[in-house]
Design a protein around this ligand. Sequence first.
Ligand SMILES: [Zn+2]
Length: 84
Amino acid sequence: MKKYIIAVGAVLLLAIGLVWLIMQKEPSSISGSREVAMAKDPVCGMEVSKKDSPSAVHMGKTFYFKSEACKARFNENPMKYMNN
Ligand SMILES: [Zn+2]
């Protein structure tokens, strides 16, 4: 009888672990929300967070950069990076 209880406990733990894993993955799989928060650095091509990154407005469009160095490179020659 004790073995049966241990087996049920193990299955329950496994099920809880699985649900937890699925819940951890859920936020990133919701399409759209990530796209709004993230932008592509036109200079180095890195994905950057719009909230925490330096930005520059050029011809009415806002660009976001991984670092101030990328922003400086963009400002030197915006046309070079705009169509990326
Ligand atoms: Zn960059």
